[in-house]
Design a protein around this ligand. Structure first.
Ligand code: PLP
Length: 473
């Protein structure tokens, strides 16, 4: 009998040698490489709950969670069942399906709130609010499904340019919005890990359409709007930055951005690809814009990008926003966007199952697991006298090797990054897989039970010692 299963013999090192012969750098996404920490990446063969297993049969407590999607833990039986049931009905139709509408309805409903009329600061839908008297107001009126977060932000930008008829975009240093041409300048994630100021292959005229500003600095945004009056289509911002490690917005920053954008006729694009449906049922917007006295909505972006959790571990992402803007998309409007596999039935099944299962108990569990780890990591580093700050945004967190918390990319770059490699490898040796870069968030799942957390906590003293003993190279 022939088999289609990949060969899973050998060690991580031999697998890496084999991969490098046929795959650039041996990885299909640079963040998976161990460039900044050294050594061969772990070649995984399976994942379940809070654990992943490598080709050598070693099990690790996983704090990568597929870079975010796996909030329920890996291979949740109900999600797997939803996907296999969908697979049995056909892998891809290239046609409309009832399930896509159900997913869009679920998202629209989940991101809408009951509010007293007029209780939205700076609402671009002011007139509609006055005349239509909506009792519920949503972050998203309509949703277009795509396959990756990169497509979602890329489309949101095209839509903003099409809607406003303007060319320029503001982004923030250290923020990552995927790998489309205009978004790679001073980007976070793998671009930060590899210390690239930008990517080769992006023509200068395209790069020049993006103004890169320091994060958490509203004055810089105000100045840019004044200097480029009538030319800026949109401001794109991670709802909470989490691709340079975690750097939360200062209180009022996202609201201030929204106000400035609207004052100058531009749109606000909130990137919730990483935070959406992870830090709360309503993403970071739910923590940041809805926690106001009296339940008013503090700010309302025009477009929001989703990814990761919305696809439950399958390739699925989305752009949502207010109807007036969304209906600029083809086939209703003039802004073109398409995808052979958009709204793929397996991805939609995984996303729907994940969102249905992500109830208050799941978010409580994520918050508790995250808080426990934050406390334990900090205690271990303090015992070894290692200067650090725990950076957090909801249940997302990362460790900054500096005394003072970071508020922007310059702060993050100034930390003692050399401590991370030894810390990472000590954790890995003890069976805990962290994201292999100091510029990435740590991801917990609802499957991180006391046993999994216990294994991580046991690994911390040696890792903190290794971080303390590290010297700059
Ligand atoms: N936006 C943010 C905030 C992200 O964290 C990412 C990926 O990590 C993206 C966009 C791009 O998503 P994808 O990797 O699915 O293209």
């Amino acid at each position: 009998m022939t088999t289609t299963a990949p060969t899973t013999t050998g060690t991580n090192e031999t697998q890496f040698d084999r991969a490098r012969r046929v795959i650039p750098g041996g990885v299909n996404s640079p963040v998976r490489a161990y460039r900044s920490v050294g050594g061969a990446p772990r070649f995984l063969t399976s994942a379940r709950g809070a654990y992943v297993t490598d080709v050598e049969g070693r099990e690790y407590v996983d704090l990568v969670a597929s870079w975010g999607p796996a909030i329920l833990g890996h291979a949740h039986p109900e999600v797997v069942r939803a996907v296999t049931d969908a697979a049995a009905r056909g892998l891809s139709f290239g046609a409309t399906t009832p399930a896509e509408t159900e997913l869009a309805e679920t998202v629209v409903e989940r991101l809408s709130v009951a509010i007293p009329r007029g209780d939205v600061r700076d609402d671009p839908r002011g007139d509609a609010l006055g005349s239509g008297v909506p009792q519920r107001l949503g972050l998203v009126d309509e949703l277009r499904l795509v396959s990756t977060g990169t497509e979602a932000t890329m489309t949101a930008i095209r839509l903003a340019r099409g809607f406003t008829g303007r060319p320029l975009l503001i982004k923030f240093a250290g923020h990552y919005h995927g790998h489309s041409d205009g978004l790679l300048a001073e980007a976070g994630s793998g671009v930060a890990t590899l210390a690239l100021p930008a990517s080769a292959g992006v023509p200068e005229p395209i790069a020049a359409q993006t103004l890169v500003l320091p994060y958490n600095d509203l004055d810089a945004v105000r100045t840019a709007f004044e200097a480029h009056s009538g030319e800026i289509a949109a401001v794109i911002v991670e709802a909470a930055a989490a691709n340079m490690g975690v750097v939360a917005p200062l209180p009022g920053f996202n609201r201030g951005l929204t106000e400035l954008a609207h004052e100058h006729g531009a749109l606000l694009i909130l990137d919730e690809v990483l935070t959406g449906f992870r830090v709360s049922a309503r993403g970071f917007w739910g923590l940041d814009a809805l926690q106001t006295p009296g339940g008013a909505v503090d700010y309302l972006p025009d477009l929001t990008a989703f990814g990761k959790v919305i696809g439950g571990g399958m390739p699925l992402a989305a752009i949502g926003g207010r109807r007036e803007v969304m209906e600029y998309l083809a086939p209703v409007g003039p802004v073109y966007q398409a995808g052979t596999l958009s709204g793929n039935p397996l991805s939609v099944a995984a996303g729907l199952a994940t969102l249905r299962l992500a109830d208050a108990t799941v978010y409580d569990r994520l918050d508790q697991a995250s808080e426990t780890l934050q406390r334990e990591v900090s205690a271990a580093l303090t015992r070894e006298g290692v200067a650090h700050s725990i950076q957090r945004a909801g249940n997302l967190f990362s460790v900054l090797f500096a005394e003072r918390p970071a508020v922007d990319y310059a702060d993050v770059q100034a930390q003692d990054s050399f401590r991370f490699g030894p810390f990472f490898h000590a954790m890995l040796d003890a069976g805990v897989a962290l994201p292999p870069s100091v510029f990435e968030a740590w991801f917990v799942t609802a499957a991180h039970d006391d046993e999994a957390l216990g294994r991580i906590i046991e690994a911390l003293p040696a890792a903190a010692r290794a971080a303390g003993a590290a010297r700059p190279s």
